[in-house]
Design a protein around this ligand. Sequence first.
Ligand code: ATP
Length: 264
Amino acid sequence: MNEGKVLSLKDLTMRYSNKSVLNGINLDVFKGQIIGYIGPNGAGKSTTLKIMLGLVQGYQGTVEIFGQDIATTDHSYKRKIGYVPENAEIYDNLTASEYLTFSGELYGMDRSQAEEKAELLMEQFEMKDVLHKRIASFSKGMRQKVLIISSLLHNPDLIFLDEPLNGLDANSVMVIKDILEQLVAQGKTIFYSSHIMDVVEKISNRIVLLIDGEIAADGTFEELQQQSKQGSLEGIFNQLTGFDEHKHTAKQFVSIVTEGDSRE
Ligand SMILES: Nc1ncnc2c1ncn2[C@@H]1O[C@H](COP(=O)(O)OP(=O)(O)OP(=O)(O)O)[C@@H](O)[C@H]1O
């Protein structure tokens, strides 16, 4: 394996029936990188993540994680991966403690170690009092914190995050951003997929923009700024995706909503 290379995609291509979703993605990711993986709705971001996690089959090309081709290696590489899915199937009937212990065991942790560590991490998120409450009774943000703990409990080296800040309040967002920064400083690698451009701009040390299943830009925020002559990542995103019609679209939308109301 190349020194420090954690992840390598070679000519990754994916089709769903007749529709081409990924069109030859080539990407090398190195230890300590936090990749902001962005792109318009339907660009193929979640599909890329799911392929790398071994959740979606039928792709063409090669995916190497920790130097091993995931198509031919056993599943042990997954123990060093953490994942926060965009739409999680969380087990509502379990308590947070049960869920986290179960998920820690799935990642190869010892039961009592997972249980103790889960309790300590829940305490850090000020959720110790609900440790033994069913997840069904949790708010959206509380569930998200459980998912984040579950993705990190086993101390993974490579972390995939799909909209990880969903439902979190401003204070919690600050804590998570600092946690990610510190994990990366310790040599973890993070693949961060999100639509919240100002967060991606701040936390990523490399940004990869996917459009129609192809990489349209790849570089640091400063590099992308220079190339596009835009000040913000939002501006860069708008420019590279060829979108300058937000005002017009909004106006049309509102006029359809408000015109011809027959209730009067
Ligand atoms: N299981 C599936 N079967 C068929 N088509 C799918 C399936 N999953 C995704 N697709 C299609 O693949 C394309 C890419 O979807 P994907 O979820 O990867 O996009 P995304 O970039 O994550 O989008 P978003 O930003 O909206 O989450 C979309 O056109 C979607 O309809």
